[in-house]
Design a protein around this ligand. Structure first.
Ligand code: G6P
Ligand code: MN
Length: 427
């Protein structure tokens, strides 16, 4: 049975990885129509060209269509893969720089930067949920993925949505390296909230490992930090907390130090990426013209694209495959509300994700995770309704902020800076 897969944000720099993911599963999705959507016409046309060339070179049976309107993109689609950044890098720069002025970590998904991003993402996802076929699965990468998922589940009840993040893939690899274990075959039970997950149980080829013993021997490596790897801080946290933390944990446990570093650095991650994007897109355009394109892996490399395509395949082919996803809690984590959106391992098949009971959150991070959850729930409500008091409550609940004056200042400046993207707050 041939299917239609909509890809919203198909002009994204992450698309080469998604195209590779699709190629990887071409036999399982044979005959599919891939409906590419983006508001950036040039990037959309470029990715359509690149995908068509790569599919032709490898004999993959896909048809690519291109759209700038949502309705024709979503009509008849069984899977809607969302992977866009509303407002692009310009908006991301504001998210990353405004909180820093007030002494708070400026980050795309964590803290007030993530709150502002949620305010831009949620209305678009609510609209997509409204326009998509009622039976369609929304497979969402648009950040903050769990806040978006929570808003869609509650404000468009009945929608089928799974929130994705590939962080656990890179993090598991990093931990394999730090613990001196082979990356293939290492499996961790990451549980918690997106970008705030923790693992106390790890297995190698299915055999449970003694994590306390491994951590007792763990040496703290010096330096080696990149934008996505900070092994020294991660090792420090693992030793202190007695568990494996997600890479984003450094923003919580080294908050003030990170603020100083970000300020000293002088440019935001958005600015750094913006500086490389023109050359990157030019290189993709050059590849698209070749008979067998091999596009750069500079953006969204690793497992990013494959993971999303694998989730779609698991749903479509009823694979009953273990994957770490963002879904309604319903008892998976005993120390969070049933209607919280959590990141947990689940088995994915045609009926959707099947969660199992993972027990409570580890005590050393339980209160922190519950506080982040409280913030996320308020953020989803503020983003969906445009209620300013709820927005203030969200920032006051966030562990980075708390201080009322700081929350007010960031909110005031952030909502004004993004007003063109935030019609819900105009009322
Ligand atoms: C990680 C996170 C994603 C985030 C991405 C940003 O993969 O899990 O949620 O979107 O980093 O990467 P970038 O290279 O754009 O800073
Ligand atoms: Mn992520």
């Amino acid at each position: 049975m041939s299917i239609k897969i909509a890809i919203v944000g198909a002009g994204s720099g992450y698309m080469p990885g998604v195209i590779r993911g699709l190629l990887h599963r071409a036999a399982d999705l044979a005959g599919a129509e891939l409906a590419f959507h983006d508001v950036h016409r040039e990037h959309l046309a470029l990715m359509a060209r690149l995908a068509t060339a790569m599919f032709a070179a490898r004999g993959a049976d896909f048809t690519v269509t291109s759209h700038t309107e949502l309705k024709p993109t979503l009509d008849g689609a069984s899977y809607v893969f969302t992977t866009f950044r509303p407002g692009g890098m310009a908006a991301r720069h504001l998210d990353e720089s405004i909180p820093l002025k007030y002494g708070v970590v400026g980050q795309e998904t964590a803290g007030p930067g993530g709150f502002l991003m949620a305010c831009r993402s949620v209305p678009v996802l609510l609209r997509i949920a409204e326009l998509a076929d009622p039976d369609a699965w929304i497979v969402n990468y648009t950040n903050p993925t769990n806040i978006v998922t929570d808003a869609v589940l509650r404000y468009r009840p009945g929608t089928r949505i799974i929130g994705l993040c590939d962080q656990h893939v890179g993090d598991t690899e990093m931990w394999a390296e730090l613990l001196g274990l082979p990356a293939a075959g290492l499996e961790a039970d990451w549980i918690g909230l997106n970008h705030a997950t923790w693992a106390e149980r790890v297995r190698l080829h299915g055999e449970p490992l003694d994590l306390p013993a491994l951590l007792a021997d763990l040496e703290i490596p010096g330096g080696g930090a990149t934008p996505w790897r900070d092994p020294s801080r991660m090792a420090e946290l693992a030793r202190a907390l007695g568990l494996l933390p997600n890479s984003y944990a450094k923003y919580y446990f080294f908050h003030d130090e990170v603020v100083r570093e970000l300020r000293a650095k002088g440019t935001t991650r958005a600015q750094d990426i913006s500086a490389m994007l023109p050359g990157y897109y030019a290189s993709l355009a050059a590849e698209a013209a070749k008979p067998d394109p091999d596009p750069s892996r500079e953006r969204g490399g690793g497992e990013h694209g494959e993971f999303a395509v694998d989730v779609i395949c698991a749903l479509h082919r009823d694979e009953d495959r273990r994957m770490i996803v963002n879904i309604r809690n319903d008892g998976a984590i005993s120390s969070l509300d049933d209607d919280a959106v959590v990141e947990v391992p689940a088995r994915i098949g045609r009926k959707g994700p099947l969660r199992s009971a993972m027990g409570p959150l580890p005590l050393p991070v339980r209160g922190l995770t519950q506080a982040i959850w409280t913030y996320e729930r308020l953020a989803a409500d503020a983003a969906a309704t445009g209620d300013r008091r709820t927005a203030l409550q969200a920032l006051m609940a966030h562990p980075f902020v708390r201080d009322k004056h700081t929350a007010e200042r960031i909110l005031h400046e952030g909502l004004a800076a993004h007003r063109d993207h935030l019609p819900q707050f105009a009322r």
